[in-house]
Structures are given as structure tokens and as C-alpha cells.
Design a protein. Structure first.
Length: 240
């Protein structure tokens, strides 16, 4: 069974809803976005990022912050690099500094939440999602992150509610539908889980995880023929 800790791969890493690709590629895109009137060192850091030299980019951003500790562009991009390098404690520090400069920006609270989540600091992560949702009540990613944290805390009904709220805002999102399936599965509501895994499969027909978990649900319901069929699909997908 796919563990819930793996589910950040399906949405936790989304940096911006406007970016279509999942995962760390979003951070790289943001790092490479040119900004007008930026500090020369920030521009040099962006150029380093454009060449995929992220450690060198971080040095440039840090140098810019030595000259101006309140340089928002340098702080935000440094936070991205720290998160990219999985230095989540430092990423939180830098995101918090950006939040002091732009206290009404929900995206920053989302990133703070994400980094607390990666550190398994689920209560702190929930606090940041609540702050983000107070700023932007229709923030699908914040509800999604909230669901992740509730799940890890064993609050499966709350997780299901958060994912459902996220899905109401952003329909047909694979990670959300998949996670709803997992909540129903752990609550032993296997028919509901199957329904949601089937929806996830329609969104991403080549994702073997959804077939595998649906197969487990069929198995638990005693429908062995359907379970075997799903397991065979998993094997076929993983051959390619």
C-alpha cells in the first residue's frame, strides 16, 4: 500500500497553482523568473539559477542580503534554494522573514506549512495553513496541505474534510482525489475508496499506485477477480 508520506509527490510540492508541473521543477521555474529593478547580486543569482548552479545562486542571494537584509526578492529566492536543498529549518527562517515584509501573502504561509510538514512538525504546519486560509479562503493547496497534516496526526475524518474542500475548489486534481481514496481506505470504507481511486485513474490512467490501492480495496471486499485485474495492470504499467 502506498503510504501517506509519499503523497507530497502528488501535490505538497506544488509551489503555485498557476504552474502545471508538480514537484521541485516549480521552484526552479520561480528561481529563474526575471524581476525588474532587482539588486545586481539577485540578478547574478538568477543567472546562476538559469545555469542550474543553485548553490552559487544561493551565495549571490546571501550576499545581497548582507547589503540589505530586507531584500524581499533575495529572501524569497534564498528560501526556495534552502527548500530545494531540503534544508527545511533554514527555509522556514527565510520564509518567515518574507512573511514579515509581506504579511498578507498566503503563498508564503503555504511554504512555511510545507516545510514544517517535511520536518514532521504537523501542528506547526496546520497553524500556517490556517493563517493562509484566513488570508485566502479558497486556497486549494492550503486545504490540501491541511489534509496531509491531519492524516499524519491520525485525524482521518478531518483529513477527508480538508481534501473535500480542496477538491470543491480545484476539481479533477489527481493528488486530492487519490488522497480522498486513501482516507476512505484507512477508515475501511472500501467502496468509497474504490470510487475515488477510479476517479483518480480517469485523471491519470498510467498511475500504478491508484490501481494497486484499488486492488487492495477489492481484495478486502472479497472481489478477488477485480483485485487480480488491478494488480495485473500495475505489473503492466511498471514494465514500461
Amino acid at each position: 500500500m502506498i503510504t501517506h508520506a509519499d503523497l507530497k509527490n502528488y501535490g505538497m510540492a506544488n509551489a503555485l497553482q498557476s504552474l502545471k508541473d508538480d514537484g521541485i521543477a516549480n521552484y526552479i521555474k520561480i528561481l529563474k523568473i526575471d524581476i525588474p529593478n532587482a539588486h545586481e547580486l539577485v540578478i547574478e543569482g538568477i543567472n546562476e539559477a538559469n545555469n542550474n548552479q543553485f548553490d552559487n545562486a544561493l551565495k549571490k542571494f546571501e550576499q545581497a542580503l548582507t547589503e540589505n537584509p530586507s531584500d524581499f526578492d533575495a529572501l524569497l529566492r534564498a528560501a526556495f534554494v534552502y527548500e530545494f536543498n531540503k534544508n527545511h529549518d533554514q527555509a522556514i527562517v527565510y520564509y518567515q522573514k518574507t512573511a514579515e515584509l509581506q504579511p498578507n501573502e498566503p503563498f508564503i504561509q503555504l511554504r512555511i506549512s510545507a516545510n514544517h510538514y517535511y520536518l514532521k512538525q504537523y501542528h506547526a504546519a496546520l497553524a500556517s495553513t490556517r493563517t493562509a486560509l484566513a488570508m485566502k479562503p479558497d486556497f486549494a493547496d492550503a486545504f490540501f496541505n491541511q489534509g496531509l497534516c491531519f492524516y499524519e496526526l491520525g485525524r482521518f475524518e478531518d483529513a477527508l474534510n480538508s481534501y473535500s474542500q480542496s477538491l470543491a475548489i480545484r476539481s479533477n486534481h489527481f493528488g486530492t482525489v487519490f488522497n480522498i481514496g486513501m482516507c476512505f481506505q484507512v477508515l475501511t470504507h472500501y467502496s468509497d475508496a474504490i470510487e475515488n481511486y477510479s476517479k483518480a485513474i480517469k485523471i491519470r490512467p498510467k498511475e500504478s499506485d491508484a490501481y494497486f490501492n484499488r486492488g487492495l480495496c477489492f481484495h478486502n471486499l472479497g472481489d478477488f477477480d477485480k483485485a487480480i485485474k488491478d494488480y495485473e495492470i500495475v505489473l503492466d504499467i511498471n514494465k514500461t
